[in-house]
Design a protein around this ligand. Sequence first.
Ligand code: HEC
Length: 103
Amino acid sequence: MRTVLIAALSLAAAAPLRAEMPPKPARLGLCAACHGEHGMAQIPGAPNLAGQRLDYLREALKQYRDGRRNVALMKAAIGPISDAELDELARWYSAQTPVAPRP
Ligand code: HEC
């Protein structure tokens, strides 16, 4: 009986987490080359994005797109992206769990 209750409670706790995971953005492939599919950087000099605040990521991407952040690499990577696509990417990376670096 107690096992059943614990199982039910853990299911209830896990369900909202899964529901919150946003769909994988269509443009994620290119970003993943540098930032990793789950937001842990793959190359030196690229920042980790996993778990970063959604509002911050959204604003950063807009700044690269509009040239307010003048970084040729990121401006080229992001290209002429729509607000909806930009939002998808920000939601994806914000929802990822950062992985602790290996000692
Ligand atoms: C060729 C490697 C490369 C690719 C591809 C790339 N990035 Fe970046 N990204 C970088 C680097 C390097 C920076 C740091 C730039 C700077 O100094 O502002 C950065 C910065 C960022 C930041 C700002 C992080 C912060 O903490 O301010 C975001 C958000 C981001 N990238 C998202 C993306 C997304 C989304 C894509 C795909 C559309 C993408 N990047 C593609 C290398 C890359």
